[in-house]
Design a protein around this ligand. Structure first.
Ligand code: GLU
Length: 493
């Protein structure tokens, strides 16, 4: 069997869209599954809209997701000569022709068709010009476009789509389409095919939004005498109102970068994206990379559009709740050493990083992450909700402040008393810290909950979390004592 060769050919006109990332993933998975190759090709022919920043953004996004490629990045503009040569070849073999119709003439015909309520398609005015006609027009310096000459076959043009089945059209429904502009610049439709032929692409997995091109591209493959690749058109990703998801209407959440910035785990996002438009056929939703490669197949790509359930909620940021749930799953279950590596940049960014977390305090660091991760959803939570574990400067939530501290004036005295006793303990551990707190409550004849809840708020700034004494031990005696002693400050505001 010949090698499978896939490609991801983004146009660098913006950020890496999650829909684009999904396309890249499907191609990557299929390349891996079949032992083939993935080629990254930057389709930068639209000079006005392509930017260096976008190229970097796309490359960084793919790298962050862990999508690697075997060849490239190639740049479409480096192959201008190939595109021109292909057009020339089509002209020379009579499979394309020069069209001297002017913009105005074509516009007038379109308007007439519109007025008559008939479908407009190029009428073939220049299709059968004689050699002499052409020579005369060229001698007169008239500009021309190059049009593809759709074969005059009576019949049906078709290809087998791996997702959608047979896609067909009557030849007569396809107009002689332009492949080179009057400026001499080949059109994207042609460039894309020429590049795929040169890169020996065997499978094209792309969004259904490209289907308008595919039949015409099949004609180009035939005319250029190249094998037609396998096509698999993926469903689009829409929002719950069935609108395309775009930055304009949905904001940053459509960009892969957003997820990186907000502390998503790359594979968790990939796992979520793969399921937007593909299913394994059973209930399995969580896949390791290896399992996903093994399970992935083109014929299980959905035909109908996928819904990106973008929701505004009480989350600190908005995205599909399934994406968050997926991330939470990985955050809770991945080996803690891996989580530790991923958390580092977020702590660094907030000035909470201590190099000892990779040295002497490594064990403490990992145990602490493990203790707090259960309630977290994204990696930024460690630096944000988990701040009290890494710094004495942390915010105190309004609700527990009111309910668990301000309501009990007595805590102003009781917590410093507790601090005193903690300091005096010969050993500060789960048992001793709990017993000391309970004994104090008994002596003072108050409910232990008052001490415990007050202590939690003072020590962590939060209403809920892991078991209180686990927290105390993780934060450490010295810090706990300091925070308990400083309880008075909370009453000052
Ligand atoms: N450059 C096109 C895009 O970014 C991809 C076209 C294709 O996959 O054939 O949408």
């Amino acid at each position: 069997m010949t090698e499978t060769r896939l490609r991801f050919p983004p146009s660098p006109t913006g950020y890496l869209h999650i829909g684009g990332a999904r396309t890249a993933l499907y191609n990557w998975l299929y390349a891996k599954k079949t032992g083939g190759k993935l080629i990254l090709r930057i389709e930068d022919t639209d000079a006005d809209r392509s930017t260096e920043e976008s190229i970097q953004g796309i490359i960084n996004g793919l790298k962050w997701l862990g999508i690697d490629w075997d060849e490239g990045p190639y740049f479409q503009t480096d192959f201008d000569a190939d595109h021109v040569a292909a057009a020339k070849k089509l002209l020379e073999t009579g499979k394309a022709y020069k069209c001297f119709c002017t913009k105005e003439e074509l516009e007038a015909k379109r308007e007439t068709a519109q007025a008559n309520k008939t479908a407009y398609g190029y009428d073939g005015t220049c299709r059968d010009l004689t050699k002499e006609d052409i020579a005369d027009k060229e001698a007169a310096g008239l500009p021309f476009m190059v049009r593809f000459k759709v074969p005059e076959k009576d019949g049906i043009l078709s290809y087998e789509d791996k997702v959608l089945g047979t896609i067909k059209s009557h030849y007569s429904e396809i107009e002689d389409f332009v492949i080179v502009r009057s400026t001499g610049k080949p059109l994207y439709l042609l460039c894309n095919v020429v590049d795929d032929i040169r890169d020996r692409i065997s499978h094209i997995i792309r969004g259904q939004d490209h289907m308008t091109n595919t039949l015409r591209q099949v004609l180009l493959y035939e005319a250029l005498e190249a094998p037609i690749p396998v096509f698999a058109h993926m469903p689009l990703t829409l929002d719950i109102k069935k609108a395309k998801i775009s930055k304009r209407s949905h904001g940053e959440i459509v960009a892969v970068q957003f997820y990186e910035k907000h502390g998503f785990i790359p594979w968790a996002l990939s796992n979520f994206l793969v399921l937007l438009g593909w299913s394994s056929g059973d209930d399995q939703e969580i896949f390791s990379k290896e399992e996903m490669i093994e399970a992935f197949s083109l014929d299980r790509i959905n035909k109908s559009n996928s819904i990106f359930n973008y929701q505004k909620g009480n989350a600190r940021f908005f995205t599909d709740p399934k994406a968050i749930a997926m991330n939470q799953h990985y955050l809770r279950t991945m080996p803690i050493e891996e989580i530790a590596i991923m958390v580092k940049p977020f702590l660094e960014k907030e000035g909470l990083w201590d190099t000892a977390y990779e040295g002497d305090k490594k064990e403490w660091f990992e145990t602490t992450l493990d203790l707090i991760r259960d309630r977290f959803r994204v990696l930024t939570d460690f630096a944000d909700l988990g701040r009290a574990y890494f710094s004495d400067e942390f915010p105190v939530e309004a609700k527990p402040l009111k309910k668990n501290v301000l309501k009990h004036e007595g805590l102003k005295e009781w917590l410093p008393m507790l601090a005193e006793r903690y300091e005096a303990l010969s050993e500060f551990n789960l048992e001793t810290s709990e017993q000391t707190a309970r004994d104090l409550a008994t002596e003072l004849d108050i409910k232990p909950g008052i001490i415990m809840n007050g202590m939690r708020t003072v020590v962590t700034g939060q209403l809920a979390g892991a078991s209180m004494f686990d927290i105390l031990v993780a934060i450490g005696r010295e810090r706990v004592v300091r925070r308990l002693r400083n309880v008075g400050k909370l009453y000052e505001v």
